[in-house]
Write a protein that binds this ligand. Structure first.
Ligand code: RUQ
Ligand code: CUA
Length: 660
């Protein structure tokens, strides 16, 4: 057996033993942490009724495909924002306005797996404008508008598969990046899987973000060797202009990766000089590759999403672009790559290691200048490990994954296998504190912890397993986060709270950055929806063949019209419902018996459209689904459905049936 395989087996065994120990002694551990949850800890997370949390935290919904919004320190769930999965609560992916958001080159996709929320930044600080999140399965990046907490845009990533190192932003949100986890033939073609080393490549995508509107477009892709690109982080301060991607499987294996991709002692962090890439792009060094990807955009004026298909993408090959890409050797299949707030240190967490590797940006530049190379891989220079190394955090624990930073010069790293958060000093690399987490932590999230201005108050541990922490709920136990106070010398566990889906990663922001940006309602005067009825006088029903358009309004507490006759079996009926309210927090809902989609939930001043296809004759009720007033139960109506060949006249009214 090769040494590295033995090493791997040791880790797997160690992980089993540790989790077993953790679980058998957890009764005690729980009591221990329960003890720490003295009234002191409880009072630190207690937000009295009617008062606000200090922070928002955005947690990825993992395999729910959504993004959830919690308050910190209370751990209260505020909202689930639908992004990559349909959501019947908000009609996302069900109403005509948002269906185009889920279009892809593979057609309409109702689901994905979302991993990494990333807030937009200005000068390396979160600015509260947008949050981005990746779809891992069918590669996409979404932008959520934080004035309305809704998905505003989704762009598909061509030449990519398993969009995992995504969507990390530069310090002024010039770009968000999307690196492919799975290398694939580029462009895709039918080849033998065993031809991996020859035919498979990895694309690292740079998505340009418009400074004003946030609108995304793919600027270029960098064509890399066929490794697995796992995570990314941008340089900041002096290292702004560089993007770092971790990779594993530099062995280029395509089967039994748990052994075969753990052979090399070191894999690579790829350092991409994106300012140089921009130069090469403007010099025409990029090749146009044929592609097929969608770009879906929600127009707030028209209140309607549209989807376009794009057919080509600019690709830069490092072979044509000297000085654009370098490899930093990093031990043991690095997972997280994180850059400290000063931008000087690039931290690689080798997930099969006990150590954390810190590279120096200054040394990296020097090594490039001195050509301190250890050969190359596919023409990309490999920098000498010793020439770029700043230091090593020794024996932190088992299985380091991700690191974030506070405002006092400390780093915090999650250790999956030994289930703990380890605090260390940036620069001296000494471990200064550790705290157990329950259990198997993946990411951790400090408020602003990957920006130039971290806030050193709270750390959120995002755990993969909860086992005995909560009341059991059948075979699947709840997913959970743990809130840790990092303001003192010693970390202190404050709170456990359950999450939606698997909470891969989270980003937090001070509430006072977001509260002033909140939209309270949509102004009717700005409603440019093509099918809006802006007053009750504008409401009507129009037949075009077997398509019927109902232009309807809602206001407390009636629909206009609320009686409709002359609909026929086989019609396609579009209800375009405008909510005339001009007040905060007064949505109306709309649902009709037998509909094959979800309710509409229409915000004040908005128009939404529901398609209904009645299948049989009768008189069918509809109603408001959102308890909007004391007379909410009165907010109802009827549609008379006649036979396909009937000549029941088309009529609609509110109050008095018209004579026609
Ligand atoms: S991952 S547990 Cu999908 Cu971000 Cu590291
Ligand atoms: Cu409108 Cu209930």
């Amino acid at each position: 057996m090769k040494n590295s395989s033995k090493f791997l087996l040791f880790f797997l065994a160690a992980s089993l033993v540790l989790s077993f120990l953790g679980l058998t002694s957890c009764g005690q551990q729980n009591q221990g942490s329960g003890g720490a949850l003295s009234s002191d800890a409880a009072s630190q997370v207690y937000v009295p009724p009617g008062q606000y949390d200090k922070y928002y935290s955005f947690l990825s919904g993992g395999f729910s495909g959504q993004l959830s919004v919690y308050g910190l320190p209370s751990g209260r769930l505020f909202r689930v924002i639908p992004v990559f999965s349909v959501d019947p609560e908000k009609a996302y992916g069900f109403n005509e306005e948002t269906k185009p958001m889920l279009e892809t080159s593979h057609g309409f996709l109702p689901w994905d797996d979302a991993h990494h929320p990333e807030l937009s930044q200005t000068n390396g600080e979160t600015d509260g404008r947008w949050i981005f999140i990746n779809a891992n399965n069918t590669p996409r990046v979404a932008r959520i508008d934080l004035s309305v907490f809704e998905t505003a845009e989704i762009i598909e990533i061509p030449n990519s598969a398993g969009n995992h190192s995504s969507p990390f932003t530069t310090q002024n949100t010039d770009y968000v990046v999307a690196g492919t986890r799975f290398s694939v033939p580029i462009p895709q073609k039918d080849v033998a899987i065993a031809s991996y080393a020859k035919n498979f490549k990895g694309a690292l995508t740079f998505i340009k973000v418009d400074k004003e509107t946030g609108k995304m477009s793919i600027a270029f892709q960098v064509l890399m060797p066929g490794f697995d690109y796992d995570l990314a982080h941008a340089g900041k301060g002096n290292s702004d202009g560089w993007m770092f991607f971790s990779s594993y499987n530099s062995e280029q294996q395509n089967s039994l990766l748990e052994v075969n991709a753990s052979q090399n002692d070191k894999d690579f962090i790829a350092a991409i000089n994106w300012k140089k890439a921009e130069e090469y792009l403007s010099k025409g060094k990029a090749k146009d590759f044929p592609a097929n990807y969608t770009h879906n955009y929600y127009d707030e004026g028209k209140q309607m999403a549209s989807s376009e298909t794009l057919k080509s993408v600019k690709v830069l090959d490092p072979a044509d672009c000297p000085g654009m890409v370098y490899f930093l050797p990093t031990p043991k299949s690095p997972h997280g790559v994180d850059v400290d707030p000063t931008g000087e240190y690039i931290i690689g967490a080798g997930k099969l290691s006990t150590d954390i590797t810190a590279h120096s940006f200054t040394k990296m530049l020097k090594a490039i200048e001195d050509k301190a190379f250890d050969g190359d891989r596919f023409g990309i220079p490999v920098l000498k490990y010793d020439a770029v190394l700043a230091g090593v955090v020794k024996d932190g624990g088992l299985g380091p994954l991700h690191s974030e930073f506070d405002d006092k010069g400390f780093g915090y790293t999650s250790f999956f296998i030994s289930s703990e958060v380890v605090k260390w000093k940036v620069g001296t690399w000494e471990v200064v504190d550790r705290i157990p987490v329950y259990y198997s932590i993946g990411h951790l999230s400090v408020i602003g912890g990957d920006t130039r201005k971290p806030d050193g108050k709270y750390l959120l541990a995002l755990n993969k397993i909860t086992k005995d922490r909560y009341l059991p709920t059948g075979p699947e136990l709840c997913q959970a986060a743990q809130l840790i106070d990092i303001s003192g010398d010693k970390m202190k566990l404050l709170l456990d709270f359950p999450t939606i889906g698997e909470p891969h990663y989270a980003q937090g922001i001070a509430a006072d950055k977001l509260v002033p940006r909140q939209k309270q309602f949509y102004k009717l005067s700005e409603n440019k929806h093509p099918n809006a009825a802006l007053t009750e006088k504008d409401t009507k029903v129009v037949r075009e063949g077997n398509i019927v358009h109902v232009y309807m309004t809602t206001i407390r507490s009636h629909f206009s019209p609320d009686n409709i006759e002359g609909i026929r079996v086989g019609d396609k009926v579009y209800f375009h419902v405008t909510n005339l309210e001009q007040d905060f927090d007064v949505p109306h809902g709309f649902a009709i018996l037998g509909m094959q989609n979800s309710e509409l939930l229409i915000m004040p001043g908005q128009t939404e459209t529901l398609l209904w296809e009645p299948k049989s004759e009768g008189v069918i009720p509809f109603y408001c689904t959102d308890f909007c007033s004391a007379l909410h139960q009165e907010m109802q109506g009827y549609v008379r459905v006649s036979a396909a060949n009937s000549n029941t006249p088309l009529k609609w009214w509110l109050g008095q049936e018209p004579n026609i």
